[in-house]
Design a protein around this ligand. Structure first.
Ligand code: MD3
Ligand code: FE
Length: 229
């Protein structure tokens, strides 16, 4: 999504107070371009340091053992992992066996400002999509407090995102998520099916200009509360 607004650089460093907010469905809020380019550069630079400790890896699907097309890592006290045995939250990286790095303060502040939730997020899942990667339609229900929102931050190439209803069958809508866009799924949207149909190659220069392990593609961060506060 993109919207033209006249906000100052300071306001666009992640201050939702005066930012444009769209509501494509009840409980789904999108702030297009909430993070300014300089805020995106700073966040990505911080992530580059953290993924030296917690490298991207390719998870596998439960049962089939097929690889995901996106690679992943996590920040926080708990990270979402998938392997042949199933999906779960774990305190350690499945490859290194080390604790996940902490969630950057800028993201903790964004969570507080946008969600107003009583407790901080425990997990920040980082998904990396190269040009051909996608994510099939799914529901996120491995977290206990389903009254806690999920907050998503997009960096790099634009994604074509699909949002459905709370049942797999039924209509869906799709819209683009560009670098710096922030989306919140709360209340009636928390259990909606959703996925990423495709990535638009060449739509952003953000990764090319950073020390990220790939020079193109898309990074998505999702902040989640996993346990009851
Ligand atoms: C709608 N990630 O990690 S983020 C995921 O762009 C995931 O990487 C996608 O779906 C991505 O699970 C989408 C936006 C998102 C996250 C959680 C949701 C949308 C959601 C939970 C409920 C409904
Ligand atoms: Fe999801």
């Amino acid at each position: 999504m993109s919207a033209v607004d006249q906000t100052s650089e300071k306001q666009r460093a992640g201050d939702p107070g005066s930012a444009t907010c769209l509501e494509p469905a009840p409980g789904t809020s999108v702030w297009p371009d909430l993070l300014s380019r300089s805020a995106q550069d700073a966040l990505l630079a911080e992530l580059c340091g953290l993924i030296e400790t917690a490298p991207l890896y390719v998870p596998t699907m439960p049962k089939s053992g097929r690889p995901f097309s996106a690679s992943m890592t996590n920040l926080g006290t708990l990270g979402w992992v998938s392997d042949k045995n199933g999906y779960r939250y774990d305190a350690v990286h499945p490859v290194t066996g080390r604790a996940w790095p902490r969630i950057p303060d800028s993201l903790l502040h964004l969570w507080t400002d946008l969600t107003g939730y009583q407790a901080p997020p425990e997990a920040c899942l980082l998904n990396y999509y190269s040009a051909g990667a996608k994510m099939g339609l799914h529901q996120d229900r491995d977290e206990k407090p389903l009254d806690a929102p999920v907050l998503s931050i997009s960096l790099g190439d634009t994604a074509v995102f699909r949002l459905g209803g709370v049942e797999r069958k039924g209509s869906t809508q799709s819209f683009k998520l560009a670098s710096g866009d922030v989306m919140m799924l709360a209340g009636p949207s928390r259990l909606r099916f959703h996925g990423v149909d495709r990535i638009l190659p060449g739509s952003s220069t953000l990764l090319a200009k950073a020390e990220f392990p790939a020079n193109a593609g898309r990074v998505n961060l999702t902040l989640r509360r996993v346990t009851e506060p």
